[in-house]
Design a protein around this ligand. Structure first.
Ligand SMILES: N[C@@H](CCC(=O)N[C@@H](CS)C(=O)NCC(=O)O)C(=O)O
Length: 201
């Protein structure tokens, strides 16, 4: 065993990002699935790991890493021997960071919220979430019209961070018919040898 443990929910998109990247890196880990309905993420034991009471949390021996983007950076820095997933250099790192920030900004408030309202019982304004999703999809589709992945011609952790919620929003009913470059990018990511399928809804 690697000494890695991942705390997650089955339906958590942020947790899916980590399962996907662990698979790409070929890392074995112990999976601790928490029951959101039983509020296991608010137990004293779990809150001691993440005082925000949120998944995903990754334990790697004595390191406790909270937040999906932080975990992606940690795993890439620590385990990606190719250096491709979090490419070095100020310009490239800034570019990757821009998309990680988007995953916690535009994607959280658009596709993530849209899917959450439709399928997870999150409170919120579905129409507003839909409009924000379309704005983000328009941006992403334009971006991907001249490149294979968000930072260029090779995948990075930015693709892992951005894939899950747009995919879940599409599954929840946002049509991709006006966004062919996003569909092609989804297909590229899904054809990866170590792809892990996103939550069922
Ligand atoms: N910024 C965090 C957000 C984590 C997050 O919102 N996790 C959700 C599941 S996807 C959660 O644990 N929600 C329960 C809660 O906030 O009480 C990340 O990217 O990991």
């Amino acid at each position: 065993m690697s000494g890695i443990t991942l705390y997650s929910f089955t339906l958590s998109g942020n947790s899916h990002k980590i399962r996907h990247f662990l698979s790409i890196l070929g890392l074995e880990y112990e999976s601790k699935l928490l029951d959101a309905h039983q509020k296991e993420h608010k137990s004293a034991e779990f809150m001691a790991l993440n005082p925000l009471g949120q998944v995903p949390v990754l334990i790697d021996n004595d390191a406790v890493i909270c937040d999906s983007n932080a975990i992606l950076v940690y795993l890439a820095e620590h385990y990606d021997k190719t250096g491709c997933w979090y490419p070095a250099g100020a310009k490239l790192r800034a570019e990757v960071q821009k998309f990680l920030s988007m995953s916690a900004g535009e994607v959280l408030n658009g596709p993530n919220l849209y899917r959450g309202i439709k399928h997870i019982g999150k409170p919120g304004d579905l129409e507003l979430a839909y409009d924000r999703t379309i704005n983000f999809f328009t941006y992403l589709n334009n971006l991907l019209s001249d490149r294979r992945y968000v930072v260029g011609d090779a995948p990075t952790i930015a693709d892992i961070a951005l894939y899950t919620y747009p995919k879940l929003a599409a599954k929840a009913g946002v049509s991709l018919s006006d966004f062919p470059s996003i569909s092609a990018w989804f297909a590229r990511i899904e054809s990866g040898k170590h792809f892990v399928v996103e939550p069922e809804k």
